[in-house]
Design a protein around this ligand. Sequence first.
Ligand code: AR6
Length: 185
Amino acid sequence: MRAPVTRTIDGCRLVLVQGDITTQEVDAIVNAANSRLIGGGGVDGAIRRAGGPAIEEECAAIRADRGGCPTGSAVITGAGRLRARHVIHAVGPVWQGGRHGEADLLASAYRVSLTLAAEHGVRTIAFPSISTGVYGYPVAQAARVALRAVVVGIRGTSLEEVHFVLFSEADFDVYAEALRELLPG
Ligand code: AR6
């Protein structure tokens, strides 16, 4: 298990941790969702199992109302039995080789999540590595896009702490290296 890596940006702590996102003590947990907001595997399955049926009930209401959530965007629900107050369901792109706007869509998924968080008074938030599981986005490239989007997006917000929760040591190491490149020291 890797030790956390931390940077401070404009008074906000950016922390890389290795672990399970469902156990994070934060106001909001971000889910790597799909555009139909229909529960799947990976981190989505873990969040829905831990949070219970209340999350699916709210997702079903959003589906009925607006059909789901476009790729590159996000929606917010309650968090059911999770410790967090909110789940932000962010829809990252499916990797198609890198020339189909994937980087812009991935950055947008992070940006919209931060905007929703700020609108709901969230002070602490945890992100998974969106799109790098089932959706096949190469993790080194995704890490650079994700960290840059968050470092830019947290400036001027009331966010106090942003966690990236990496499931494996390998993913943690890739994010730690990308963070060192982006913010040396
Ligand atoms: N905590 C933190 N990270 C986790 C956890 C966990 N409990 N479980 C898995 N991961 P994925 P995607 C990591 O596939 O690529 C779903 O079916 C995992 O190791 O969950 O955006 C949705 O419904 C990987 O690094 O999300 C969509 O249909 C990362 O989370 C689709 O998969 C993301 O992997 C979204 O695919």
